[in-house]
Design a protein around this ligand. Structure first.
Ligand code: NDP
Ligand code: GDP
Length: 351
């Protein structure tokens, strides 16, 4: 049985990847950090919690990462843990650099010291590009122009992965994944924020939702499709970097329009713009060219934009209906605290 270690197993991608690898027959280890409220709801939601080995570790704690590699003795490490929210990276730029940037070197050093034959996946991102010309989708050779502290930290992670590959001959890959969403997406990201709001509003639990830049455009795919590409990258003879995307771009406005229309509502009656959700800098448009992943790995997206919108709002509606019938949620993140109580540093910067 092949052994694998996933950092960030409690996050969206970590949970789907763990399920995918369990289904492939892997023995799956994951690291989690101590929180005042445990955060295993995604693993419980997918009904895989009892099948995993969980090791306490933190990206800031080198010794804990070395220990995690020693305990799990993996053949593959998927490094997904990060402070992953762009908006928060403007609020907390230094801890974002620590976790999202330096965290990559810490896990690579742990691998280098314990067993440099371990195959390594780094969760790189389309945010590295920062800018996309509308007539040419982004590919592995497109220039990087990061637009946030998060993207700058990920740029460091991208390069340190490349440097360990070339310098130490390690099998280390960058998956340059464009935005990918699901019913397990954090509620602070725009797709889930909108699907959750549309579900609640349609059931009479809420009246409106405040958002930021409705004109931003993203290449949105479905997370379970994307975790499969991570595994495919580590099965090749040689390590390499790959763009994973759908080659389609849609605006936040279009997502809002579609998600509200799925529940019979007009988004214009319920979606308000609040400057607080604007960013000091925003990436306006992203679209990715996944040709290399298709040709070399045989990967392609299976779920299209319309189906993604539908399945997200359907899942949120079902959850809230169950809650209205008195069922307790095993997933504690379902009811994000009232956003208006949060003060925003970005708001002060953009004023
Ligand atoms: P999530 O935010 O859902 O998950 C992040 C994970 O990182 C969580 O398990 C979190 O643990 C863990 N983590 C954060 N800080 C630490 C720390 N100091 N020590 C240990 N663990 C930590 O992200 P996603 O699953 O959506 O994304 C996975 C990766 O892919 C991230 O690196 C993200 O930046 C990257 N990415 C994501 C894209 C997307 O569209 N989803 C696109 C491109 C890249 P906890 O539960 O305790 O908070
Ligand atoms: P990102 O692409 O990783 O930053 O993913 P997000 O889902 O956080 O944001 C995608 C786009 O939606 C960005 O351009 C945001 O500026 C835009 N957006 C508009 N309103 C909101 C909002 O209320 N919350 C978030 N998270 N993003 C918003």
């Amino acid at each position: 049985m092949k052994r694998v270690l996933i950092t960030g197993i409690t996050g969206q991608d970590g949970a789907y990847l763990a399920k995918f690898l369990l289904d492939k027959g892997y023995e799956v280890f994951g690291i989690y950090r101590r929180l005042s409220t445990p955060n295993f709801w995604r693993l419980q939601y997918l009904d895989i919690f009892d099948r995993l080995h969980l090791i306490g570790a933190d990206l800031i704690d080198e010794g804990s990462l070395i220990e995690a590699i020693h305990i799990s003795q993996p053949e593959e490490v998927y490094h997904l843990a990060a402070q992953s929210f762009v908006w928060s990276s403007f609020e907390e730029p230094i801890s974002t650099a620590e976790m999202t940037g330096l965290g990559v070197t810490r896990i690579l050093e742990a691998i280098r010291h314990v067993n440099r034959d371990i195959r390594f996946y780094q969760a790189s991102t389309s945010e590295l590009f920062g800018y996309s010309p509308e007539d040419e989708p982004l590919h592995e050779g497109s220039p990087f122009q990061p637009q946030s502290p998060y993207a700058a930290a990920k740029l460091y992670g991208y390069w340190i992965t490349t440097i360990y590959r070339k310098g130490y001959g390690m099998y280390a890959c960058n998956g340059i994944l464009f935005n990918h969403e699901s019913p397990l997406r954090g509620l602070e990201f725009i797709t889930r924020k909108l699907s959750n709001a549309a579900a609640r509003i349609s059931l009479g639990l809420q009246k409106e939702i405040s958002v930021g830049n409705l004109d931003a455009m993203r290449d949105w795919g479905f997370a379970p499709d994307y975790v499969e590409s991570m595994w495919m990258m580590l099965q090749e003879d040689e390590p390499d970097d790959y763009v994973v995307a759908t080659n389609e771009s849609h605006s936040v406005r279009e997502f809002a329009e579609k998600v509200f229309s799925r529940v019979g509502l007009d988004y214009r009656d319920h979606v308000k713009v609040d400057k607080k959700f604007l960013r000091p800098l925003d990436v306006r448009y992203l679209r990715g060219d996944y040709r290399k992943a298709r040709e070399k790995l045989g990967w392609r997206p299976k779920v299209n934009f319309d189906d993604l919108v539908s399945l997200m709002v359907k899942a949120d509606q079902e959850r809230w209906k169950r809650w209205m019938n008195g069922e307790q949620f095993p997933w504690d993140a379902i009811h994000y605290p009232h956003e208006n109580q949060f003060l925003s540093r970005s708001e002060r910067i953009t004023r």
